[in-house]
Design a protein around this ligand. Structure first.
Ligand code: PHE
Length: 337
């Protein structure tokens, strides 16, 4: 019996099989229990002999089972560890990452460029008063140039700003000691335009203002020339054409020479070879005066540009709506590696 049981223990390959062996040989209905139960029928002399033998056999089988149990458990643990090992040399799965929006990058690039020329970055409200958006910029009520900028009015006196120029007036007004001002202001502006490839009811502008003693037109030209070359390449030229804005006198529009070079050669982007990129001029004496700067002492220049337009030119983006619809396939092209 013992040999047979030990053989079964040795053959068992799982805990389940081992448990079956235990029940079969040591269980309540097993042969050893049966022998011990039948002890009463034995003679006085036989009892201790049989009893001892049965106990020894039972002990041996139980020891064998316990020993085997450890072996099986160890083997199973081993197997489990093997199956669950982590191969740290396998390549990882990259987590998708975002990146700055093209418009954000362009605005920051322009900011950095002007910070490098000593400008501070300022901000102003998008919901603006009629006073700052128009009056303080020499556009009194009824001025025909107000029509140039069809506006979103909120009340009769409050509107969504149509340009970032009100920040010129706000910044100068806020200077209690009427110190020189040298600032740029990026921000959103709003106009009642029908959205298409080149128009949007909401877009971005970057305003620039430099007010000091003896600021001249040549300073404006120098700053804009540096901007254009740093933004588009040292081979670019700028040209200023006379224009009109109520808040600058004289007023100009700036064109940049537009030779576009792609892989196999260069072409001129427009018939004329020039493309308009911003409006600018010498701050109108009335604007200085209204903001508390004496136009006999101070002079200044101002400019306003659209970063979307700059980005479109620099990267060949063909539709302004790409900036706002946020198709990831578009945005991803401009993420730095
Ligand atoms: N505010 C003008 C516009 O929106 C641009 C401009 C700014 C022109 C500053 C001259 C000086 O078109």
């Amino acid at each position: 019996l013992e040999t047979e049981a030990l053989q079964k223990v040795a053959e068992a390959t799982s805990l389940k099989e081992l448990q079956d062996v235990r029940v079969a040989y040591l269980g309540k209905k097993g042969p050893i229990t049966e022998v011990l139960r039948g002890m009463g029928k034995l003679s006085k002399e036989e009892r201790p002999v049989i009893g001892e033998l049965a106990n020894t056999v039972r002990g041996n089988i139980a020891d064998a089972i316990d020993g085997k149990k450890e072996t099986i458990e160890a083997a199973e643990l081993e197997k489990q560890l093997e199956e669950e090992t982590i191969d740290v040399t396998l390549p990882g799965r990259p987590a998708p990452t975002g990146g700055p929006h093209l418009l954000t990058s362009i605005v920051e690039e322009i900011e950095d460029l002007f910070i490098g020329m000593g400008f501070e970055v300022r901000e102003g409200p998008e919901v603006e008063t009629d006073y700052y958006n128009f009056e303080a910029l020499n556009l009194p009520k009824g001025h025909p140039a107000r029509d140039m900028q069809d506006s979103f009015y909120i009340t009769e006196d409050i509107l969504m700003r149509t340009h970032t120029s009100p920040v010129q007036a706000r910044t100068m007004n806020a200077m209690e000691d009427k110190r020189p001002v040298k600032m740029i202001c990026p921000g959103k502006v709003y106009r009642r335009d029908t959205d298409d490839a080149t128009h949007s009811h909401q877009f971005t502008q970057i305003e620039g203002l430099y007010v000091d003693k003896n600021v001249r037109m040549s300073d404006l030209k120098g700053v804009l020339d540096r901007f254009a070359k740093q933004m588009f390449g040292e081979d670019r030229e700028i040209r200023l054409r006379p224009s009109f804005f109520p808040f600058t006198e004289p007023s100009v529009e700036m064109d940049i020479s537009c030779k576009m070079c792609h892989g196999d050669g260069c072409s001129v982007c427009k018939q004329t070879g020039w493309i308009e990129i911003l409006g600018a001029g010498m701050v109108h004496p009335r604007v200085l005066e209204m903001a508390g700067y004496d136009p006999k002492v101070y002079s200044g220049f101002a400019f306003g540009m659209g970063p979307e337009r700059i980005a479109m030119l620099k990267y060949g983006v063909d539709d302004i709506r790409h900036f706002y619809t946020n198709d990831k396939r578009f945005l991803k092209q401009y993420h730095q590696a």
